[in-house]
Design a binder for this molecule. Sequence first.
Ligand SMILES: Nc1ncnc2c1ncn2[C@@H]1O[C@H](COP(=O)(O)OP(=O)(O)OP(=O)(O)O)[C@@H](O)[C@H]1O
Ligand SMILES: [Mg+2]
Length: 272
Amino acid sequence: MKNLNEELYFLKERLEKEQAEEEAQAKKISLEHEKTLTKKDEEVVLEKREKTSTKKLGGGANETVFVELKDDGSAIFKPKAGEYALLRTEVKAGTYYKRERAAYLVDQFLGFDLVPPTVIRKIDGKEGSLQEFIPNAPVASRCDESQWNKEELKKLWVFDYIIYNSDRHGSNLLIKDEKVYAIDNGLSFGKDSLGLFGGFSNEPIGDGVAEKIKMFLSWKQGRQALRNLLCELIEEKEADACLHRIEKVGKMTKGEAVNVVNREKFSFNPLD
Ligand SMILES: Nc1ncnc2c1ncn2[C@@H]1O[C@H](COP(=O)(O)OP(=O)(O)OP(=O)(O)O)[C@@H](O)[C@H]1O
Ligand SMILES: [Mg+2]
């Protein structure tokens, strides 16, 4: 009898411990979700902070302006009026800057943390995207390949598939301390064919990425919130196609078949 009582006691204790752990995990997830739904401090700075100087960068196809913000770093401004018209057949000029912000939002909701904070703002009377400037971060094509973090780059593959980016090349990502920053995301969400960086065919995607996709897909409120936000920036059918691709990645990463970094599978676009 004593043994049975002892066993029951330990069982109860274990169940209580498991329940407490589950509750703590649920609380953590809910705090993470709340954070995602709240505007970040960096976004507020980009939206509101007074600019102290501007300098056109030149060299690229679109107008890019380096902007210094009062007491708080610098940013890259890409005005709508400076978008070059003949870059793609499907994604139209005049919409790139909104796609920059849309890419940032997708990144935030997925928790990938690849895109520097990006907002829409007027500078000198012109509307455009304003993205936090990452100092001392060379573009990938100027780095030695030994500096490329493969796991980060595979995450970028998945991200670029999700946003259907037609323009990821070695000059549209920055590398700093093993971290990858996805910049120049304006030619995304359309039907133009994918431009992915790096060759990762048939390599397993990291567990962390699969987990993030799973978390997003199980977060109903987040899916709806992201859809609403995207619909303000891109066409409704483009927003739905993006969410559809996230689901597609979710299916690909289910179970043990986490072998999703596959060019063929990544060619599916619901917009076609
Ligand atoms: N957030 C950022 N942080 C640091 N540097 C950046 C950032 N965004 C852009 N740059 C720098 O500015 C350059 C041009 O920016 P971007 O690629 O967005 O412009 P673009 O004109 O649209 O591109 P392209 O040269 O592909 O036509 C980049 O190659 C990079 O060196
Ligand atoms: Mg570029």
